[in-house]
Design a protein around this ligand. Structure first.
Ligand code: GTP
Ligand code: ZN
Length: 393
């Protein structure tokens, strides 16, 4: 009987250790999961700045246990890290003129009355402000090293970009603890690094109501994160004349699955498939980037803010997120893996054209993809044209 040799063993049967990039992806993915369950993690400076350590926990999820674990690390008082737009809403008005370069993170002093799970959640979340205890607003402090990486890590966990942070005094010895460590540079490199490792993991024929000749190809990245899908209609890989029709569609649970009238995603999704079927070929990339990359939970919060008067762009910013947090390197990698190097893109969004071109895909044309307003999404569509530069035809 032959015993199958596990594929992670090399020819001479010595285990192959993961390379530095795989280790970095693993550490960041684990660290984001720690934040999601309320556990602190330790951010570490780059190898050339090893003295910097920042212990952080997400304001949205941390409980009494996580706060106690942080406090056990040092006697220094923790601070609250917020994205600048959220800090402007909760901090004392800043006496200093605005910094010339845009800040990535703002630190606030945390008086004892605010160092409690419920108060932290309300500082983080503009839809939970009514829970904020009375008292003076927190003051700004100079942000500690690695603050920007802490904000980025919370965003990777699709959490509000708000963290309790404890800078640890530079020490010859690394701090003693049982928490996960992650390098700040690995956090910042993660999105691009994960996107380029996407590979096909499954493929099946799935005839659709609007396109009988359809296949779905699933892609997974080495980080173990959520999969992205390509829906192939006909044989777009074999296109010879015009470049194939391609749609980059960001997942929208509410619009795609439930038929929500707040956006135009449902008609865009169905319309793209019908259009590709009519042409005989096309690729719809169904990207796991719900809510323009902020995740479904934050999109629901953004909707709540829009119901109190903000538009779709300002609602993202009020939560501490950018207007559009997507990276289309994911889509470019999938197209390359499918052997599709030139496209005609179905979109109204000029950023999508620029982003895909920057990733090395030849965008040979744009095909307009607008649907009339439905009476509920009128302001949303008008905002996309006015503030995101969407082309209406
Ligand atoms: N954050 C946020 N995301 C939203 C909102 N409304 C819709 N979305 C998300 O926006 C994304 C839809 O964008 P797309 O249709 O792919 O792209 P687009 O930027 O509108 O450009 P087009 O290609 O012209 O459609 C989906 O992920 C939706 O979940 C909103 O109010 N806030
Ligand atoms: Zn939508």
């Amino acid at each position: 009987m032959t015993i199958p040799v596990a594929s992670h063993h090399s020819m001479n049967d010595r285990p192959v250790l993961p390379d530095a990039e795989a280790l970095a992806l693993r550490a960041v993915h684990r660290a984001a999961a720690e934040l999601r369950r309320g556990t602190p993690v330790l951010l570490r400076g780059a190898p050339d700045a090893p003295a910097d350590w920042l212990a952080v926990a997400a304001a949205e999820t941390v409980g009494a246990t996580g706060l106690a674990e942080l406090a056990a690390l040092s006697g220094a008082p923790p601070v609250l890290l917020l994205a600048p737009a959220r800090a402007a809403a909760v901090a004392q008005p800043s006496p200093r003129p605005q910094a010339a370069a845009p800040e990535e993170a703002v630190a606030l002093r945390l008086p004892a009355r605010l160092l409690a799970p419920e108060a932290l959640r309300s500082l983080a979340d503009p839809t939970a402000e009514r829970l904020l205890p009375d008292g003076p607003r927190p003051e700004r402090l100079p942000p500690p090293p690695l603050a920007a990486a802490a904000i980025a890590l919370a965003k990777l966990g699709r959490l509000l970009p708000a963290l309790v942070a404890l800078p640890l005094a530079p020490a010859a010895e690394p701090p003693r603890h049982h928490l996960l460590e992650v390098e700040a540079t690995a956090v910042l490199a993660y999105p691009a690094s994960a996107a380029t490792t996407l590979r096909k993991v499954a493929e099946a024929v799935v005839p659709l109501e609007a396109a009988a000749d359809a296949r779905i190809v699933a892609f997974r990245a080495a980080d173990g994160g959520i999969e992205h899908l390509a829906i192939l209609i006909g044989q777009p890989e074999a296109a010879t004349g015009a470049a194939p029709l391609v749609r980059m569609h960001s997942e929208c649970f509410t619009g795609d699955l439930l038929g929500s009238l707040r956006c135009d995603c449902g008609p865009q999704l169905q319309g793209a498939i019908r259009r590709m079927a009519a042409e005989g070929a096309g690729v719809l990339l169904y990207l796991a980037q719900e809510g323009r990359g902020i995740g479904l939970v934050n999109k629901l919060r953004a909707y709540a803010l829009q119901d109190s008067g903000l538009d779709t762009l300002d609602a993202n910013r009020a939560l501490g997120w950018g207007a559009d947090e997507r990276s289309f390197l994911v889509a470019a990698t999938m197209l390359q893996q499918l052997g599709i190097e030139r496209v005609r893109l179905l979109t109204n969004n000029p950023q999508k054209l620029a982003a895909l071109t920057a990733c090395g895909i030849a965008v040979e044309g744009r095909v307009a993809h607008a649907y009339p307003p439905n009476g509920v999404n009128d302001d949303y569509l008008a905002t996309k044209a006015r503030r995101f530069g969407h082309l209406l035809a």
